[in-house]
Write a protein that binds this ligand. Sequence first.
Ligand code: TXA
Ligand code: MG
Length: 349
Amino acid sequence: MHVWPDTLAGLHAAASVLRAGGLVAFPTETVYGLGANAWNESAVRRVFEAKGRPADNPLIVHVAGTRHLEGVVQDVATLPQTVRRAMEVFWPGPLTLLLPAHPRLAPSTHPMLPTVGVRMPNHPVALALLEQANCPVAAPSANKSGRPSPTLATDVVEDLGEAIAGVIDGGPSSIGVESTVVAIGIDHATIYRPGGVSAQQLEDALSVPVSLDAHLLDPTSAPRAPGMKYRHYAPSAEVMVFMGDTAAVEDTIVRVASDPAASPAAIIAPEQVRGVMRGSVLDWWPEPGENYTVALSRELYRLLRAFDRAGAKRILIAGVDPLARDAHPLALAVMNRLEKAASGRVVRV
Ligand code: TXA
Ligand code: MG
């Protein structure tokens, strides 16, 4: 596969592959996407094949602006004011809107669903590619299904290798977790996947109540966003997440990391965890002064992959509390991905 630079020549090469019905991975501010022309059913089907993605899991269609909604969204002129306002405030950005699907779209972009997820990414390379391709681009995250999403071009190469024509290398994704998926009505909105735009930010902008899909509050209930039901974002190592006050979390992590049976262990925490540890330990903590939630959001998928490659048997992570009074807007998205990576192994200490 090609690794194209994020130059005009690279963009031209990638856009012509898209126009011809091929698959191209590209950077966005959330994660790298694996793109296909959203009007071309056979191209879209190849996205599912390349990822090993279950056929019932809909894709997100990317557009370069609201003027490109024609042929993507049905009855654009009659979209409610709340939806228009969300586009004005949060696009380009990490917000995917569920909107009535246009019949021109490849059916596999929204299998068995009347709505399609639509997003305008906030990344100059993605926007330039969309402009040049001159078509809407269906793009799930560019990972093998079940693996952590890619935040670097090399992650895409690692997962998809020869299955796709190429990837544009736009450097690391700045947000690092996928977009918020939301359905917005005239007097209410429901979040199906938490991401870079929080419920509070939506409420403030739209002046309507915003609720979380029941599945996000009770993971045993059936999710409405089909993608949320699959095991996700999971490395090969056993991931454990610890919640509680900082000192207690640190003590527990030191204890669990010292278990020789789980060596080498890897640690992700707000600050360097010190303690007596046997065996080798891999670790990561944010730069001084950087917010842990923001840094973890950006680095989580990269770290899961890196610690896997380094042969970590266990990855021990200090969680973030989305209900804390000083919680960052990204906290719910980060905790949601941590729970998935840990397959529910979240321990209160
Ligand atoms: O940040 C992102 O959203 C990235 C970048 C590449 O834009 N894309 C991404 O795509 O995360 P993907 O396919 O990995 O996740 C799409 C999510 C899935 O959970 C899917 O089930 C949900 O959006 N989704 C898409 N269309 C839907 C629909 N019509 N109804 C309900 N859920 C939908
Ligand atoms: Mg994905």
